[in-house]
Design a protein. Structure first.
Length: 358
């Protein structure tokens, strides 16, 4: 099976016809994390001397130092070097799922043209942290190709109904808001046709800087015009959930500073806060911890997959269920802050899942 990886490359020019310079932002990020050039050099596979040559070359290009080295206190990035790293992390968080979708599309097209290509199972789900873990584990399975596409909650259900996918990801809030989420999904699902595969739960709430300097503990604080918010994209299930929470608390979203500014993923809004461009975002706890941010829990979501009943006996589906139920998946999820395995791989009826909220 052919696998494709697409990665962005950063090139800088001082003028339109000038020589371009390629920067290894992962290299700089390792210096910021470890405080050691030796660690960054080892990870990049270059010598210590070559690492310093690169740093000096980049500093000369920008005419500003990127790295500071102090006797006895290790190495750190300058404010400019730090800004470059944050820019790279925001780009990765923003474009990562889009590039994965594109690479998956190309993989599927090419592998289907190869002789005796693997069986293809189509999965459409919103991008989070547990789904990529499952994707990584399934990529190791021989003779099965899982076509993962990252789409919104409603788009995944629409794909399932119109035979655009075999497994559709769906997240449902626990508590009072669950009825609204289920009501929005009822038109897509048939209790006689569809089944639910349990997966995980995840904590969702407000992502704030370390130490929560502005004391943001609830949605009402977002009405302070001095507090800058960054939202999720309008088509995402998380954006819909946020709007339902605002309605529950009788808050007008247009009164929030930054309500119209949006990012595509949980990691992207967290990176926005971490880089100082916003004071708060709405997303999962794992995204906050990824960027060493604090988190104010607001609710818990159940993340499940929905499928047609007749595909459950297919060998490739049984293998997916086996991976979900296996120790490797459970161990991977246990390392994600705010995530827990919840009957992963268990098959339930639509009525069993929906009846609990009625």
């Amino acid at each position: 099976m052919i696998q494709i990886e697409i990665e962005p490359v950063w090139r800088f020019r001082q003028r339109e016809d000038g020589e371009s310079l390629q920067i290894m932002l992962d290299f700089l990020a390792e210096i910021r994390t470890s405080g050691k050039i030796t660690a960054a050099a080892d990870k990049a596979g270059v010598s210590y001397r070559h690492a310093w040559n690169l740093i000096e070359k980049w500093s000369q290009f920008f005419n500003v130092p990127l790295v500071l080295r102090r006797q006895g206190s290790g190495t750190s990035l300058t404010p400019f070097g730090d800004k470059l790293v944050w820019a790279g992390q925001r780009l990765e968080a923003r474009l990562g799922p889009l590039l994965q979708n594109l690479s998956q599309e190309l993989e599927t097209e090419l592998n289907q043209m190869l002789p005796q290509g693997p069986l293809v199972l189509r999965v459409h789900a919103s991008h989070g942290f547990a789904v990529p873990k499952l994707r990584d584990l399934l990529s190791r399975e021989p003779d099965i190709d899982v076509d993962f596409r990252y789409v919104s909650n409603q788009s995944s259900l629409a794909s399932l109904v119109h035979d655009g996918c075999d497994l559709a990801g769906m997240h449902l809030p626990q508590g009072e808001l669950r009825k609204r989420a289920i009501a929005a999904s009822r038109g897509w699902l048939n209790p006689n046709v569809h089944r639910v595969i349990s997966f995980v739960t995840r904590e969702i709430g407000l992502i704030v800087p370390r130490g929560n300097p502005l004391g943001i503990t609830g949605l009402d604080r977002l009405l302070d015009p001095a507090i800058r918010f960054v939202n999720r994209d309008p088509e995402s299930g998380t954006r819909l959930l946020f709007e339902q929470l605002l309605a529950q608390h009788h808050i007008d979203g247009t009164s929030i500073n930054g309500y119209e500014r949006s990012e595509f993923t949980h990691a992207a809004v967290a990176a926005y806060v971490a880089s100082g461009l916003a004071d708060v975002a709405f997303g999962v706890e794992a995204a906050a911890r990824q960027f060493n941010l604090d988190f104010v829990r607001l609710l818990t979501e159940d993340y499940v997959f929905v499928c047609r009943r007749q595909i459950l006996e297919m060998p490739e589906v049984q293998r997916v269920l086996s991976v979900m139920r296996g120790p490797e998946f459970h161990d991977a999820i246990s390392q994600l802050p705010g995530y827990k395995v919840k009957d992963a791989g268990a098959i339930k009826t639509i009525n069993e899942v929906f009846r609990r909220s009625e």
